[in-house]
Design a protein around this ligand. Sequence first.
Ligand SMILES: [Zn+2]
Length: 322
Amino acid sequence: MSLIKNDFVVKNKYSRPGAKRVVTRAIVLHYTANLGGTAKNHQNYFDGSDGGGGRYAGAQVFVDKNEALAIMPLQEMAYQANEASCRIAALKGSLGGYTGNANVTSVGVEMCIERDGSIATATFNRTVDVVVELCKLYNLSSSDLYRHYDVTGKNCPAPWVARPNDWGRFKDAVAAKLKGDTTSDKFYTYAPDHVKSLKEIGLYSDVKLSKDKQIKRYAKGTKLTIIGVEYDGKTPRLRTAKGYITANKENVKGYHDYIGTIKILTDDLNYYDTARWDKADGQVKKGEVYTVVKKLGSGHYLLKSGRYITSNSKHVKFVENE
Ligand SMILES: [Zn+2]
């Protein structure tokens, strides 16, 4: 059964031109850049004769925490990856009047984002499953996946442009599932920046975690920095600077390097998609709270969402993570 529910918008020249792709060589990943907007919100937006405000835009599939909606038949073309010239030679296709255009050779998948601009874990996981389904349908592999950024240079999906490791994790998860491997449901198959132990766990000098190679025990709640993943046969283990620990999600919980949070102190404060001060990409509101990845010399904080905002304490109150 398909994970993707059909909820088609009416044909219109902007969001559903109705032309059919002749080939499908890639899947292009996007984010909606629309804080808190669901898949259904976007379906509603693109429906109607002006197809979302008379802009040539859209994508075949929208994914949120709860569902995945195809807003047009998958074989139709959407205006999703061509607002600048196509950088990937293999994706330049032509169809009717459309030439040199990745829209006619690829399917677009949009991830909805949370109110803080991040991609929820449930959305990430559902998008993995949707993309696995599309790869099977079109006989593609994880090397046929692209960020919108890779195709045209647009900052999309911004969280994966800011954190390329997350994009790598996404592709690895798709590759593993395509091989019929469900290991990633139970184990970390990538290295989180850190883990916290959910119960008492052992540190071992060998990847098999053999009893006689145990170095020490860590109490529940211990935080450890992870430097890689290695396999004992098919079972992943997490590597620290001192040895190996379990990668089982029942035993450890992964987390990233966030330095703290900020609370917004002034209304309509600008944020930016890159570390600059002109041409704001949007505003945040007084009282909202955001997670901070790092502080930059330019006077910006980089947020978990991939956006940049002032670090001036007149406008934002920073609270460091413990
Ligand atoms: Zn995009």
